[in-house]
Design a protein around this ligand. Structure first.
Ligand code: MG
Length: 203
């Protein structure tokens, strides 16, 4: 399986990092080793002093597809969760300044914890999902899927024009504003509506 991520998909977040609002989705990948199994913690990596949280809606692909039309994209997912796109911001800034790929700052081990999945029938309309990230029980990010620049269906149509989607692939759909640093001892909790889907300790 693969993890496909969208960058700069909320205008207010693009602005907080001084990035342009893009005309096409910004896409990058994380490997399977970025997932954190079960209730394991996130171990702060030695190569960064500025790992930041980005809470994102995560979609699970339920069948194989290529060149999927936007109007049929809804057939390719029926479960939703929340994940954290952990980013070594210091390393990413260095790589961006040199025009180099971001992978080392985005794809490292444990950089993509994902919570429990919910059936979309229970969660609600994909374009009307509210989500919240708490750090140590304090609200740090609040998002609404209606504010995505590129909707989930647009992302699926776009990505599948380049990469075949397979059952079990995950799509991280971008973070709203409010990203910030973590430190060992922090506890991250993510809620979709009122449903707590993710709880993660930083060690
Ligand atoms: Mg992100």
């Amino acid at each position: 399986m693969k993890i496909i991520c969208v960058g700069r998909n909320y205008a207010a977040h693009a602005k907080e990092l001084n990035n342009a609002v893009e005309e096409e989705p910004v896409i990058f990948l994380k490997p399977e080793t970025a997932l954190i199994p079960g209730k394991f913690p996130f171990f702060y990596p030695s190569f960064s002093n500025d790992v930041q949280f980005e809470v994102e809606i995560v979609i699970k692909i339920n069948r194989v597809g290529k060149n999927i039309a936007e109007k049929f994209a809804y057939r390719y997912y029926d479960e939703v969760s929340l994940g954290i796109d952990f980013t070594a911001r210091d390393l990413q800034s260095k790589l961006k300044a040199k025009g180099l790929p971001w992978e080392r700052a985005k794809a490292f081990d444990g950089s993509a914890p994902v919570g429990d999945f919910m059936d979309l029938k229970e969660a609600g309309s994909i374009n009307d999902l509210h989500f919240t990230l708490l750090v140590n029980n304090e609200v740090r990010q609040k998002g609404h899927s209606a504010n995505m620049i590129f909707s989930v269906d647009k992302i699926i149509a776009f990505v599948s024009g380049f990469v075949t989607l397979k059952k079990g692939d995950l799509i991280f759909t971008g973070t709203p504003e409010g990203v910030g640093p973590i430190k060992p001892g922090d506890k991250l909790t993510a809620l979709l509506g009122n449903n707590q889907l993710l709880s993660l300790d930083v060690k």
